[in-house]
Design a protein around this ligand. Sequence first.
Ligand SMILES: *Cc1c(COP(=O)(O)O)cnc(C)c1O
Ligand SMILES: [Zn+2]
Length: 496
Amino acid sequence: MFPEDIAPHIIPDPSGNLRYRCLGCEAEHSIEKLLYTCPDCGKVLLIEDGDFDRLKEIPGPVWRRIFDYRRMLKVPAMKGIYRYHEFIGPVLPLSSIVYLGEGHTPVVEANGLLQKKAGIRFFYKNDGQNPSASFKDRGMASAFSYINFLVNTGKVSDVLAICASTGDTSAAAALYAAYLKPHIKSAVLLPHKKVTPQQLSQPLGSGAAVFEIPGVFDDCMKVVEALADGYNVALLNSKNAWRILGQESYSYEIAQDFDYDMAGKVIVAPIGNAGNITAIMSGFLKFLEAGVIDSLPKIVGVQSEHANPVFQYYRETDPQKRRFQPVTVRPSVAQAAMIGNPVSMPRVIHLVDRYNAAAGRDRVFFVEVSEQAIMDWELTANHNGHIACTHGGESLAGLVAAMAAGRVSADETAIVDSTAHALKFAGFQDMYFTDSFPPEFGITPDPAIANTPELVRPDDLEAVPAPGAPLEGEAFDRFVNRTAEEIARRLNLKRL
Ligand SMILES: *Cc1c(COP(=O)(O)O)cnc(C)c1O
Ligand SMILES: [Zn+2]
């Protein structure tokens, strides 16, 4: 079976000493209670493992083989993000882990034409191939596994999971909560008319209580925070540090998929509430510290010009002069990232400093891109065999912008995050194809990419079939032949 040095580590036992660490006053708090902000100073938290050093007792090359052998396991709890159990949720027994198929999303190399257009070798990591069709499932699997653990051990009961969302968080939260019925119920708050119909259908279909709130996401977030502060609810936004732990799996998977060789690699991801970029940095830092990887990849965080507070902050090159300023967002096709006051900003500031310090040079960069570039690159990617969502377009536009700014060079290899599935944002594709974007987006379709269906109904046909009224005999033959001829004419097909 498994080699002798690996076998004892294949199935992990609960271990570690997780605790919340406040990024404001540095206080530590027990994880026995669900906390979202520091009870002492109100600032955001991260979860640390007080016994992290025990992981260094296993040499990096052995960790790599442990993860590689774990790929062969048929234990559901170890099939998703908890392949990296010791780095994500070491205190959890496998019996509490909720696995709905999240994680281990495909890494797909861009085809030759697209790489040529972008001017660099790159891969998409398709996080839209998670169960609720976005990366948010990674964080939810972690947060809900922990809540499930609290339920199983009698520490909490009748949990109401609540979140504010630009669409995908609520889809993911509602899915995991529905799976854990009857112990957990969910309620989601969405900005009215600011999520796509596909995204709205998801929490509705999962049976969550769905509330639409006037305003934008930042307004919803304040209402949810008031609920979390004043009532007995479990907050599932990325303010919840358990979400960050689960999303670190994105980095671990990339490391493993590229044989733990991060030299010359560039990770590109969109930024909204900044939970994802936080997790990506934290994940690579933990793997570096444990010796699983020997160098840190470059990271490029991308924002739309219409929602760019993180980009604005880092535009100031003198760290002493940087001041965080929330922005008023404008409509964006990268709608899930349309956030002007990211909750995780203090985490970003903390981790960018740590990341650059650990690398010994600047390794995290931020770029902004236009709405036009987001749509053009999304559709160009999808024209070349990808399933990028608008945020996947934003990432690719960001890679191209980072190259133009000299942050990334053509001899590097990029891994570009498509954070959701294209289908969730089909409405924006439709606006592009029918040239019907409201003016505030500032998007003009490129006729070379626009695509609309053509109705084929030759004028000389007296009868065509209709639902419930099929054609028969000669009329049917004539319909088939004339329609085929018409399509052949439009496609310029040659007769055999
Ligand atoms: C949530 C989300 C983002 C933004 O991620 P943050 O962690 O909020 O920065 C980007 N793309 C999609 C599809 C999302 O659902
Ligand atoms: Zn504090």
